[in-house]
Design a protein around this ligand. Structure first.
Ligand code: NOJ
Length: 742
């Protein structure tokens, strides 16, 4: 029956030959097929395409019961489902759409494939610390291969919200604090998910989310109000989304938050105006879960009718789990509050993606149980998860303790994360399972065999206040040659609706570590967490600290690789770690103020009880070897608007081990029509150097790289005097200078 239907649609498309909007033959073909299908659709069926419901899989928002969703699909009232997982389940639901609904239009299945599907990679913030765009792209590719084998067409990723506030639980889902780096990571992840061609059976639609400024809620509390200048919005929060459009992202998701009084889901100016009209985005835009009807509690709509009006006029094409469009669009159309141009545009955008995915040729092409069986959690995927996890780790401190020798006889493993499998995969771990995780105990055992005695004591729970376990932990540690404390946050302490007021080590874990430092043993603190933590005391007392994030399925093996020196750590932070929550929001890219801090000078901009600078800055991370930087060399002292400046820097590996280093380039515009940050990242390169080897890294800068939103909100560079910095972190730099000529 399906074949007949699709043949009919295909023939109708050829005969119709109308609505040729696009350029390439394939695009023309898709456009005319969409038009001819739309000619046959009733208004109700069109509205159905704009409706997305959740299935019986896991629930990722406030529970709403859709017991009759199958009936709604049958009646052509649903265009997409989320949380329907697995080849078998998606096939069953797809069959209802294509065989039992009047027009047989296939559904799109969407899901949060954020850092892996079955094989789980480190949480995205951790993964971004690798500064390895190829590896980041590959992890997204693997996630897409697994997810598509399990019936998914569309991931709600990548999240590209910039955030400078570690209290916000969702800082874990992004790429940190910097718009330049965040844009590169967003593009790499989109390339990975979408691959080259949607007609393949292992590529999926990506989604640029959450549009926009969701990462700057007041007080770091999820879903909270955002109030910021348009300049800040344009310079910091919008760039990754623009980069996503340039990369050809297929979909956008509007965010829950309001911005300067307007919920994004109802922002005609920023959604339709900027994304669709100005940037020319031609995919479709989905609301976040219920965010259309949440405009009622936001206080800009009295009821669903008004909320639907705002969202449709703003350009939101699909209503995720809100059921506003389904209920209200017809009334709005009859009353002239919206036009059929709005509805047709949304339907066209959604159907276009369905055609591009090839769902009209084979609606079941992603529902292949055999492939699912074969590809999920394959050895190759696990091997890459291990590589990705070790690349993401950041060595925060090392007083000659790491790497540990494999010949140690007794190692004590202490802390609540040593074997807490479920925590390693973090939240948003799709179909990942704790039972597939290699924990630190297992990773050490795999590495060391039976020769080494590995003892264990939990010592403390994640959040409890009891110190009862301390005595056993200290006794276990006393018996050992070296102590490894694995502490941090449980999975459910970062992610959606998981903001924290206190960003220190939770519970009594800090006290446990402090006790361990008194034993005078080689001590390594391994941190697992989904956000920057404020750990000044641990930094002061512990001899070695390795940030391992929530490292995913292969976490324990990857940690063992780094701890025992089979992998030389190369990660660098992409979000500053503050001394205290009181410094938040904190970022390297700050302004100078009129009274920049001068130590001991009373009337300068500073705290009286701590430093201005974070504990570990953006771009920071150590290695088991050392790198020496020469001063930057500039090809010219002055450049014109059409010239290119070359900034070269020689870096030498002065240690005894081969290693990788992320060489960073920053600039500062010294005088502008508006104040400019003290540093802005403008380039980076990750290089590998053998012991003793030297390499010259050459960066290119053009006027465009120096552009910003001027006093008149024009995006352009202003002539004048600039500083340029090269180095191994945002703090550890050497400088040069040049002039941009008029
Ligand atoms: C709400 C979250 O904000 C969003 O990121 C996610 O994609 C949807 N729920 C669907 O689960």
């Amino acid at each position: 029956m399906y074949q007949l239907k699709s043949l009919f649609i295909f023939l109708a498309a050829i005969l119709a030959g109308v609505g040729v909007l696009a350029q390439s033959d394939t695009e023309k073909d898709v456009a005319s097929r969409v038009d001819s299908l739309m000619n046959r659709m009733t208004l109700e069926e069109k509205i159905g395409q704009l409706n997305q419901l959740t299935g019986d899989g896991e629930v990722t928002g406030p529970v709403t019961l859709n017991q009759d969703y199958q009936q709604q699909i049958r009646e052509g009232m649903v265009g997409s489902m989320l949380n329907v997982n697995g080849a078998e389940y998606t096939r069953k639901i797809q069959r209802i759409a294509v065989e039992e609904s009047r027009l047989g239009i296939p559904l799109i299945f969407g899901y949060d494939v954020i850092h892996g599907y079955k094989t789980i990679f480190p949480v995205p913030l951790g993964e971004s610390a690798s500064w390895d765009l190829e590896a980041i792209e590959k992890a997204a590719r693997i996630a897409a291969e697994e997810a598509t084998a399990a019936g998914q067409h569309w991931t709600f990723a990548p999240m590209m919200d910039i955030s400078r506030d570690a209290r916000w639980g969702r800082v874990m889902e992004g790429a940190g604090e910097d718009p330049y780096y965040g844009s590169k990571v967003a593009r790499a992840r989109i390339r990975g998910f979408q691959g080259e061609d949607f007609s393949k059976d292992n590529t999926m639609l990506a989604c640029a989310k959450h549009y926009v400024a969701y990462g700057a809620p007041r007080g770091g509390r999820d879903y909270n109000t955002v109030d910021m200048s348009m300049r800040r919005l344009h310079e910091t929060y919008l760039p990754p989304f623009k980069a996503a459009v340039d990369e050809g992202v297929a979909t956008f998701m509007s965010s829950f938050n309001e911005l300067n009084g307007v919920p994004l889901t109802g922002s005609r100016e920023l959604v339709r105006g900027l994304v669709k009209d100005q940037w020319g985005f031609d995919g479709f835009i989905v609301s976040d879960w219920g965010s259309i009807q949440e405009m009622i509690p936001h206080g800009v709509a009295a009821d669903k009718y008004e909320a639907g009006d705002l969202a449709m006029n703003a350009g939101i094409d699909m209503d995720m789990e809100g059921k506003v469009y389904q209920q209200e669009l017809k009334n709005l159309l009859e009353d002239g509050r919206i036009t059929d141009v709005h509805i047709n545009e949304a339907v066209r955008r959604i159907l276009t993606k369905k055609f591009e995915l090839g769902l009209f040729e084979d609606p079941y092409k992603y529902c292949d149980q055999e492939r699912e069986e074969r590809e999920l959690l394959s050895d190759d995927n696990r091997a890459f998860a291990r590589e990705s996890a070790r690349k993401s780790m950041v060595l925060l401190k090392n007083g000659d303790v790491l790497p540990l020798s494999k010949d140690l006889e007794d190692i004590a493993l202490i802390g609540p994360l040593v074997q807490a499998d479920d925590e390693y995969i973090g939240t948003w771990s799709a179909r990942g399972e704790g039972r597939h995780v290699i924990n630190v105990m297992e990773g050490f055992r795999n590495k060391l065999g039976d020769e080494t005695n590995l003892s264990y004591a939990q010592g403390a729970s994640f959040t409890g206040q009891s110190k009862e376990g301390f005595a056993e932990a200290l006794e276990t540690a006393r018996q050992a040659d070296a102590v490894v404390a694995v502490v941090g946050e449980s999975a459910m302490m970062s992610g959606e609706a998981l903001s924290r007021m206190d960003i220190g080590l939770p519970g009594v874990q800090k006290e446990l570590v402090m006790e361990l430092t008194k034993l005078d043993k080689p001590l390594v603190v391994i941190l697992m967490n989904g956000r920057p933590l404020a750990i000044p005391e641990v930094d002061k007392k512990a001899p070695a600290i390795l940030e391992a994030w929530l490292p995913g399925t292969e976490g324990g093996n990857a940690i063992a690789d780094v701890v025992f020196g089979d992998y030389n750590p190369s990660g660098k932070l992409t979000a500053s770690f503050p001394y205290s929550v009181g410094q938040v929001p904190v970022q390297y890219e700050h302004k100078n103020t009129g009274r920049p801090k001068v130590e001991d000078q009373r009337y300068t901009s500073k705290y009286i009880d701590g430093p201005n600078k974070p504990l570990y800055p953006f771009g920071y991370g150590l290695s088991y070897t050392t790198f020496e930087y020469a001063e930057p060399r500039l090809s010219q002292k002055e450049i014109g608007f059409d010239e290119t400046l070359e900034v070269s820097v020689k870096v030498q590996n002065t240690g005894e081990l081969a290693g990788e280093e992320v060489v960073q380039l920053y600039v500062r515009d010294m005088v502008g029509s508006v104040t400019r940050p003290v540093k802005e990242l403008k380039g980076f390169e990750k290089i590998r150097l053998e012991a003793g080897q030297e390499k010259e890294v050459v960066f290119e800068l053009e006027a465009e790289d120096l552009a910003f939103y001027t006093k008149d909100m024009e995006y352009k560079a202003e002539p004048g005097y600039f500083k340029v910095f090269t180095g191994s972190s945002s703090e550890d730099v050497q400088e040069g200078e040049f002039t941009l000529k008029r």
